[in-house]
Ligand binder design. Structure first.
Ligand SMILES: NC(=O)C1=CN([C@@H]2O[C@H](COP(=O)(O)OP(=O)(O)OC[C@H]3O[C@@H](n4cnc5c(N)ncnc54)[C@H](OP(=O)(O)O)[C@@H]3O)[C@@H](O)[C@H]2O)[C@@H](O)CC1
Ligand SMILES: Nc1ncnc2c1ncn2[C@@H]1O[C@H](COP(=O)(O)OP(=O)(O)O)[C@@H](O)[C@H]1O
Ligand SMILES: [Mg+2]
Length: 280
């Protein structure tokens, strides 16, 4: 396994061209946030916007609209019951982030079917949380038409997907299981030593995480950062390495003076760190 270093940031985070506009930095759609989990999709959306995504829409339960706009006025809102608008939007964006706070009820599964049927071969999809739990129960929900699928399971979500118990999730087994899930798949296996697996690639890991990150919403935040990075810098493994590194790097920095690192605080630091570690 190869360790990801700080160089991944300067290699990936490009200087912005003066001849550019919001459309140059990725159109993102985030889908999630059932009535009891609005915070998850709000954190993911805010993280995506603070990580530089040009245009961000959020399809969520309508109960989340006031809180979403109070926290992230930059995000556009779609009621996830409005399926016609949602399908149009799915077809227009570069990247879909599906799953934070999505839930596992029948409507959540219906949304996953809609995404699967609407997404095409020039789009990337980031699957987190309940998107993974729903696929674990029914593999036909996997959006195989996407150009690239990036899954971001924690260890128990990976166990649900693969059947591999946490104690048996070693490098070789994790790498082997990729092929059973989908082609064009990248897996970000989150733990105290998050590792990234992609077929025909040496697995990569970070060693800069901190237990100060062990708080609800930290993974939702990562899914938004990954979506934004893919939208701006392309869907390569290197882009994912940089997103994963940045997330823990900021947390590590904040943990020097904070017992616990709140996702909201981490998110606010993203533009500053991206400026400091971008190509000059
Ligand atoms: N503010 C909001 O709206 C938030 C909403 N959220 C939404 O909640 C939904 C459910 O997601 P979830 O991740 O909380 O639940 P689940 O998948 O059951 O996993 C937890 C179980 O796994 C175990 N565990 C063992 N190892 C682990 C590891 N390395 N990393 C993590 N867990 C590990 C752990 O073990 P235990 O606590 O028993 O020790 C526990 O039994 C989902 O939609 C998500 O988006 C959250 O994002 C929070 C903020
Ligand atoms: N002890 C730890 N050391 C390093 N990183 C951690 C630790 N605990 C949690 N994390 C990180 O925090 C994030 C938690 O993700 P996840 O479990 O999906 O949270 P949530 O679903 O609540 O948003 C992952 O990026 C994980 O690597
Ligand atoms: Mg999670």
């Amino acid at each position: 396994m190869e360790e990801i270093t700080i160089d991944s940031l300067t290699q990936t985070i490009k200087k912005r061209e003066s001849h550019s506009h919001k459309g140059s930095y990725g159109r993102l759609l985030l889908i999630g946030g059932n009535y009891n989990y609005g915070g998850a999709i709000t954190m993911a959306a805010k993280a995506a916007i603070y990580a530089g995504a040009g245009l961000v829409s959020v399809a969520t339960h309508s109960i989340n609209l006031p809180a979403l706009h109070a926290n992230v006025p930059e995000a556009m809102f779609v009621d996830w019951r409005d399926q016609n608008t949602l399908v149009q939007l799915i077809q227009q964006v570069d990247v879909v982030v599906l799953g934070p706070g999505l839930g596992q009820d029948d409507y959540a599964k219906k949304l996953m079917t809609l995404v699967k049927e609407s997404i095409s071969h020039n789009q990337t999809i980031v699957l987190d949380a309940d998107a993974l739990n729903n696929i674990a129960k029914n593999t036909s929900l996997t959006p195989r038409n996407a150009k690239k699928i990036i899954m971001t399971p924690h260890q128990v979500e990976w166990q649900r997907l693969t059947g591999l118990k946490v104690q048996f999730q070693d490098e070789k087994s994790n790498q082997t299981y990729l092929q059973y899930i989908a082609k064009n798949l990248t897996v970000v296996l989150k733990s105290e030593k998050t590792a990234i697996f992609e077929r025909e690639h040496e697995p990569h890991f970070i060693d800069i995480g901190t237990p100060a990150m062990a708080t609800g919403g930290m993974g939702d935040t990562l899914s938004g950062i990954i979506g934004a990075f893919v939208g701006q810098f392309g869907e390569t493994a290197e882009t994912v390495y940089a997103a994963v590194y940045l997330h823990s790097f900021i947390a590590n920095h904040l943990s020097r003076s904070n017992y616990v690192v709140l996702p909201s605080k981490l998110i606010e630091e993203i533009p500053h760190f991206m400026s400091r570690y971008s190509q000059k």
